[in-house]
Design a protein around this ligand. Sequence first.
Ligand SMILES: Cc1cc2nc3c(=O)[nH]c(=O)nc-3n(C[C@H](O)[C@H](O)[C@H](O)COP(=O)(O)O)c2cc1C
Length: 403
Amino acid sequence: MTNGRLEIDFAGIQFKNPFMLSSAPPSMNPRLVTRAARLGWGGTVLKTVTESPTVDPRTRLGALRKDGKLIGMNNIELLSRETVDTWINSYIPKMKSDSPEDFVLIASIMSSPEPEGWTALAEKFSVPGIKGIELNVSCPHGSPEKHMGAFIGQNADLVENVTRAAKKGTDLPLLVKLTPNVTDVVPIAQAAKKGGADGVSAINTVESLIGIDVETATPMPQAFPSKPGESLSTYGGFCGPAVRPIGLRIVSQIARGVPDLLISGIGGIEDWYSAAEYLMVGAGTLQVCTAAMWHGFGIIKDMTSGLEGFMSRKGYENLDSMVGVALPKLTTWEALDKLPPVVAKITDACTGCKKCVIACADGGYVAIQMRDGKAVVNAEKCDGCGLCYVVCDDRAVDFVYNG
Ligand SMILES: Cc1cc2nc3c(=O)[nH]c(=O)nc-3n(C[C@H](O)[C@H](O)[C@H](O)COP(=O)(O)O)c2cc1C
């Protein structure tokens, strides 16, 4: 599985490929972690551990579907159910001994805003086999009620303080896992850096209410009561392909705003293409949760071979040459050229489904008609908005300079 093109040095840690499991159920015990390790994952961030083990509601996962297809998930799960002692004395030694030597283990810890807890946990997890520590200041549900998780991650001063406190307890590289549930992520990332972080991981889940079962007027996911009766719910964390645009936005904002900070990209990574997107906006390593939960750890094979094949086709010799290559093309809205003479052109791939005709009539400029079973753009009426491109499932829309 090792492939030179996919190797990367990230905060002094050597990865054979950039793909890690993120801190979540797939990294909650030795059985899961060693299975992923043997299938070729580059590493994992372990399920977050705090001073007292979690007791979770049932159920705790909710789904967002479009036309029957899963596009997102939310969860109201908290942290590891195991004690710090179990992790240190049993889980981590077993994960290490049963995994290939080059598989990277990163611990994930969470504590209250008091610095002592972070120092103590960072010290405890600085054991043989652990290559780095991720600070979870970003869980959006449950934890903030206890002034933990995103309660800390939404406050730059607290982020700086707890990062500094964790740094006191360890010489290992530190990553601070950030929440997207902030107005501006850049000052938070700067605070992590000021506190001594080597990098940040982004994003944790997006605070959400995944849906309502309207037949029973029940918010989802439904947390069953201890004895049969009415289920309640609470706000959870949204993840999976639907959050990718938010993850890409946050990662690119950090990369542009704090250029020398390492970033581990997370949020809807499901294949080599989405991996390449995150690399191109500045992520040096990549973390996956939902795709591994939905499709299994075997997805690593297509992700590594697909990414390697893409890099080879495009002439990227190594990951470093690809990290951030899309960033110079991101600018402010004000700096964009306005109304260039660009219009849509429908290509031969058009199947005549009429979606663009309908969309352009009611959401655009009435610039597309059907002719001989195919859609045709009237260049004089087309405003170049791109709606036809958006609704076309056949990828039959190009843009051309008119005249
Ligand atoms: C059920 C579940 C549990 C999670 N638990 C944790 C956790 O303990 N610590 C943490 O930092 N992130 C946790 N996460 C967040 C993921 O690590 C990840 O940041 C998020 O799901 C976005 O990535 P994805 O779109 O690939 O799922 C959890 C996510 C899910 C779905």
